[in-house]
Design a protein. Structure first.
Length: 224
């Protein structure tokens, strides 16, 4: 089924870039909330976790308001740079990144909170700067939990449907991801294509979840 590989390739590209974005933003946010103390910290945590429980169509609406041609960001990009985000694969990346962000953020925060602050303080007493402490102490000790969150984020991005459909649409070969292709194949009565896409999606997500489970900090500690 050569046509079935087109949405698969696009979905992998979207999931990869969404996960890359969440690697930077999720780890930064997780580290900040794990180490900083300020009023409203838990409220900010709840706000950053909101995409995990909010209906994807609601997220899609908010994204349209933000990056649509008449949105705050979308209108600015269109007017000054001629960039139109909606109905592009980049819009699908943004939607997948927003939906999957809490999985990286929560995993990163928990991983950094499990790092002993005394180890970071010891590095500082040796004259290591804050960036050095982060990259040489905090991040190496928290990487398993972060990687598990990234794998879960990648799996969630693979299956994103609602928000992606609203901001990117379903343009074959351009924005039609696996989940959207499955939906449309079922609607068109193309059962063979739907079975193939479902099997590929299920096996990929299962492999990712098994990998994430092996990297869970609790299992690592239990083995030790």
């Amino acid at each position: 089924m050569p046509d079935a590989w087109i949405p698969l390739t696009l979905t992998l590209k979207v999931a990869f870039w969404a996960t890359a974005i969440n690697l930077v933003l999720g780890v930064a946010a997780g580290f900040a909330l794990a180490r900083l103390r300020f009023p409203g910290r838990e409220l900010l945590d709840a706000a950053l976790t909101l995409p995990m429980v909010m209906p994807p169509t609601v997220l899609g609406y908010y994204l349209l308001v933000l990056i649509g041609s008449q949105g705050v960001v979308g209108a600015f990009l269109l007017e000054h740079f001629g960039i139109r985000l909606v109905f592009t694969w980049q819009a699908a990346v943004i939607a997948a990144a927003v939906v999957a962000f809490p999985l990286v953020f929560k995993a990163a925060r928990a991983a950094f909170e499990n790092v002993e602050p005394q180890l970071e303080d010891a590095a500082r007493t040796l004259g290591i700067g804050e960036w050095g402490v982060f990259f040489r102490v905090s991040l190496p000790l928290a990487w398993r939990g972060i990687l598990a969150g990234l794998l879960l984020s990648f799996a969630r991005a693979l299956g994103e449907f609602g928000a992606t459909l609203m901001v990117a649409g379903s343009i074959v070969g351009q924005t039609q991801t696996l989940s959207i292709a499955v939906y449309e194949a079922v609607q068109a009565g193309q059962d063979a294509t739907a079975h193939f896409l479902v099997a590929v999606t299920s096996l990929t997500c299962l492999a990712v979840l098994l990998s994430a489970g092996r990297l869970a900090p609790g299992r690592v500690a239990a083995r030790g």
